[in-house]
Design a protein around this ligand. Structure first.
Ligand SMILES: *[C@@H]1O[C@H](CO)[C@@H](O)[C@H](O)[C@H]1NC(C)=O
Ligand SMILES: *[C@@H]1O[C@H](CO)[C@@H](O)[C@H](O)[C@H]1NC(C)=O
Ligand SMILES: *[C@@H]1O[C@H](CO)[C@@H](O)[C@H](O)[C@H]1NC(C)=O
Length: 172
């Protein structure tokens, strides 16, 4: 005797499986200075004006290897004085630094090696992410990629389940 599939129940189950899969992250990555990257003699005053920064987004500082660094300083005073003496974060390895904006508020970054005086400093204001519920962990780009794979796998599994129960051939 053939199994009679309960189609509405199957569709409901499929929907629930899909709904349970995490949504891909809406986090954005901003290259500081865009094509000018992180370098001396660039005026970063207006660079942030064209964007909105949200919790979970990333700043990517690309710089000449071995030449510059990125120092997050605590406040406007240290920023105005190009004072790196009490850094929140300090990074000078490789060709760049990727920094996650993981709380709301103003962030201040300078280069500590004298270049701050020629404009190598930037400040951004970070707002709450409208796309994320409060207290949700901000997913990394890799996690977002994995979420995509998981969603696909869940959809594929649900589709083959439907096909199997309905007696249809199905190939992923
Ligand atoms: C700014 O941060 C420095 C540490 O870098 C601290 O000593 C100073 O008290 C802070 N100033 C204000 C106004 O918060
Ligand atoms: C936020 O990011 C900074 C720098 O990447 C890190 O040191 C800090 O632990 C993070 N805070 C939270 C709450 O994830
Ligand atoms: C950067 O540009 C802003 C606005 O155009 C200007 O007010 C500021 O003086 C400039 N800063 C430097 C260091 O040139």
């Amino acid at each position: 005797m053939a199994v009679t599939p309960n189609l509405p129940l199957l569709l409901l189950a499929t929907f629930l499986l899909l709904a349970a899969a995490p949504l891909p992250s809406a986090a954005e990555k901003f290259v500081v200075g865009d094509k000018k990257n992180w370098a001396p003699n660039v005026n970063y005053t207006t660079w942030p004006d064209q964007y909105h920064f949200h919790v979970g987004d990333w700043l990517q500082f690309n710089y000449a290897k071995g030449m510059y660094d990125v120092v997050q300083v605590a406040n406007q005073t240290a920023y105005d004085k190009c004072d790196p003496s009490n850094p929140l974060v300090s990074y000078d390895r490789g060709r760049g630094f990727v920094f996650q904006l993981n709380y709301t508020g103003r962030y201040y970054f300078i280069c500590s090696r004298g270049y701050c005086w020629s404009g190598m400093k930037v400040t951004v204001l970070v707002e709450d992410s409208p796309a994320q519920p409060p207290h949700a962990a901000a997913p990394s780009p890799n996690a977002a990629a994995r979420h995509g794979v998981v969603s696909w796998a869940v959809a594929a599994a649900a589709a083959s389940l439907c096909a199997a129960v309905l007696g249809l051939p199905f190939a992923v």
